[in-house]
Structure formats: structure tokens, C-alpha cells
Design a protein around this ligand. Structure first.
Ligand SMILES: *Cc1c(COP(=O)(O)O)cnc(C)c1O
Length: 361
């Protein structure tokens, strides 16, 4: 090869979960909410004047930024919105992490972190979780680093880190940015938003995609000091000023107007999750105590890949990563009670044919 191909920026992309075109499947593979958005969201979209689409949207998406700021008791200059938290996280990597010391994150976590670090040429080090898949706060203290990011609760383990531990990590790293990715915090984690007034090196990132039934909307946001948000905006306005389109801003504001509705959805999902823990344990699965809308589970006898394939044949989609340390695990998104009952029935059938005794590897 001697053409332009030799000059290409080479990266190994993130692999998103499958989005099957067949709608007649039970979809438990990408942590979406099984419940629809609040009725107010459809109403907001119906009332829209399509003629306005000829105009650029507000580059600051102020209406949405203000709605989010109000919800968390922050001034609007401490909130940054983007096209899903993937966009927000990507901008924050570009803004805050440059090396030469490594960016630190857990070895088992959201696999996008290493992808962004690679594409932006940020040196990084994966810090092993302990044998129970827990983050050890002391691993992130007193160690050369250009920054720290972790998800809390972590994905795909589902394990939450106590707020006091998040604070310990943040307090011990005042000279660098600590990002807490709270994509799943509403399902049982303790948010670090309460620490923001005391730590100007802390950035908390959340999303509309999971607890707010809005994965298709593509809205995420970061909360931090006004100075951090200004730095992120400098990068954003150096790439694409108009990231948030008009319908998304409108729908996003309607989402923020319906917090009670979404709290109800979260409550149902948490109840279903706790029931799923009992059912899965009875079926011979072992799993960390999930505080998320998914459970990372391993079966004591049948290999994860086999269960994944057999479920897929029955049109039940779960996530199988096959990556280091979690080769034997499936990540199962919590669906409705009816969807989960279908999953348990399918698992009972699949597992009844499982050979007894010896462990597979
Ligand atoms: C789902 C998820 C995100 C990103 O979701 P968006 O849809 O881009 O907001 C970020 N971090 C973690 C850990 C996630 O699981």
C-alpha cells in the first residue's frame, strides 16, 4: 500500500449493540428504557412549526441548558449539552486530557473510553478492578495521571461506588479533571452532583438515553464549574456550533418538564430488576449486585456465548461482549415484567438441556 491509505488515521471503532430492523424481538441488549417517553414529549413535537427548520437552532441550546440547570440547582453556565453523553464525553476527553501522563480508567468499563483516548492520541492506563469487579479508590490516588474517568454505577458491571469514595478520588486529584459518567445513576447510584460546589475539578456526565426513555433523542449533558464548561464550549465551537437540532431541544425541554413520570418508570424498572435477581439466581446465574437497568450475569454451567446464541434464536437479544475478564458474562437489560418473564421462560428451556456437573470454559 502506498496511496492515501498509508496516511489514514487508524482506529478500532466502538462496537454498538445490535439494533435489529425486526421489531418483533425482545430487545434487552442496549440498556434502553422499556417504557415510552412522557406523553408531553409527543405533544411538544406535534405542536412544532416545521417551517422553523430553515433556521439554525440556538447554538447554546439555552432553553434546554436552563431546564437542566434548574433541575439540579445549578447556574446555566455550569451545564453543557451535547448529542448524547457520547458526544459530551468525547468533547470532554478532547478538552481535558492531553497527557503526557496517562488517563486512568477501570479495565472493565464503558469500552468507548479507550476508543476516544486512541482517536485523540491520549495516553491511558487501564486500572484493574478487584476480583469482585469493584473499583478500588486507592488505585486512583497518588498515581501519575493526566485525568481520571469512571462510570458510577460502572458499566457493564452494574456496581455502584459510594459517594464518599468518589469524593476521596476527586479530593486527591485536585490538579486534574475527574469525570464521573452517571449514565445509570438514577437506577440506584449516589450522584456526585452534590460535590460540585466543593470541587472545581469534577465533571458529572448524565444522559437522557436510559432513565429518561430518550435514547433516540440523543441528548446528554455535563455539569461542572463554569470554567470547565467554558473550556468545553471552546472546543465544541471549534468543531460544530449547531450540535443540538431544534426538535431535540424542544423534546428535551418537554422531558425535563415530566420528571415525575420518569421517576415512576425508574421505580418500575428497579422493581423488575430486583425480581430478575431472584429469578436469575434460581436459574443458576451469578452476578454482581446491579444498581443499574441491566444485570451482568454468568451462568454456573452453560457458556455465555451459547446462551446468547440460543436466546437470539428465540428472538431475545441480550449483550455478549466476549471481552477480557467478562468472557463468561451476559449483560441483560431490564425490560418490562412481561419481557422478563419471556426471558426467564426461554432460559429455563435452554438450561434444561444443559449438561450437568462439569464447568465449561
Ligand atoms: C449508554 C452510556 C453512555 C452514552 O449514552 P448516550 O446515549 O450517548 O447518552 C455513556 N456512558 C455509559 C457508561 C453508557 O452506558
Amino acid at each position: 500500500m502506498s496511496g492515501w491509505q498509508t496516511r489514514v488515521r487508524k482506529v478500532t471503532p466502538y462496537v454498538p449493540g445490535e439494533q435489529p430492523s425486526d421489531t418483533n424481538v425482545i430487545k434487552l441488549n442496549t440498556n434502553e428504557s422499556p417504557y415510552p417517553p412522557a406523553p408531553g414529549v409527543a405533544e411538544a413535537l406535534q405542536g412544532q412549526d416545521a417551517g422553523l427548520l430553515r433556521l439554525y437552532p440556538d447554538p447554546e441550546a439555552s432553553q434546554l441548558t436552563c431546564a437542566i440547570a434548574k433541575r439540579y440547582g445549578l447556574s446555566p453556565d455550569r451545564v453543557f449539552v451535547g448529542v448524547g453523553s457520547d458526544d459530551v464525553l468525547s468533547i470532554s476527553f478532547l478538552t481535558f486530557f492531553e497527557g503526557p501522563e496517562p488517563l486512568l480508567f477501570p479495565d472493565v468499563t464503558y469500552s468507548f473510553y479507550s476508543v476516544w483516548a486512541d482517536v485523540y492520541r491520549i495516553p491511558y492506563e487501564k486500572v484493574p478492578l478487584d476480583e469482585d469487579f469493584r473499583i478500588r479508590p486507592e488505585d486512583y490516588i497518588g498515581r501519575p495521571a493526566s485525568g481520571i474517568i469512571f462510570a458510577n454505577p460502572n458499566a457493564p458491571t452494574g456496581i455502584a461506588l459510594a459517594l464518599a469514595d468518589v469524593e476521596r478520588i476527586t479530593a486527591a486529584n485536585r490538579d486534574k479533571v475527574v469525570i464521573v459518567d452517571e449514565a445509570y445513576v438514577d437506577f440506584g447510584g449516589e450522584s456526585a452532583v452534590s460535590l460540585l460546589d466543593r470541587y472545581d475539578n469534577l465533571l458529572v456526565v448524565q444522559t437522557f438515553s436510559k432513565s429518561r426513555s430518550g435514547a433516540g433523542l440523543r441528548i446528554g449533558y455535563a455539569m461542572g464549574s463554569a470554567e470547565m464548561i467554558r473550556c468545553m464550549n471552546d472546543i465544541k465551537f471549534s468543531i460544530n456550533s449547531y450540535t443540538m437540532n431544534r426538535p431535540a431541544i424542544l423534546a428535551g425541554c418537554a422531558v425535563m418538564d415530566n420528571e415525575t413520570y420518569y421517576a415512576g418508570c425508574v421505580r418500575r424498572i428497579v422493581e423488575t430488576r430486583e425480581r430478575a435477581k431472584k429469578e436469575l439466581a434460581a436459574l443458576g446465574f451469578v452476578f454482581p449486585d446491579a444498581k443499574t437497568n441491566f444485570i451482568l450475569a454468568r451462568h454456573e454451567k452453560m457458556p455465555a456465548k451459547e446462551i446468547f446464541t440460543r436466546l437470539r434464536e428465540k428472538k431475545i437479544f441480550v449483550r455478549y461482549f466476549g471481552s477480557k475478564r467478562i468472557e463468561e458474562y451476559l449483560r441483560i437489560t431490564i425490560g418490562t415484567d412481561a419481557e422478563m418473564d419471556a426471558l426467564f421462560a426461554a432460559l429455563r428451556e435452554i438450561l434444561s438441556g444443559a449438561p450437568d456437573g462439569e464447568k465449561h470454559d
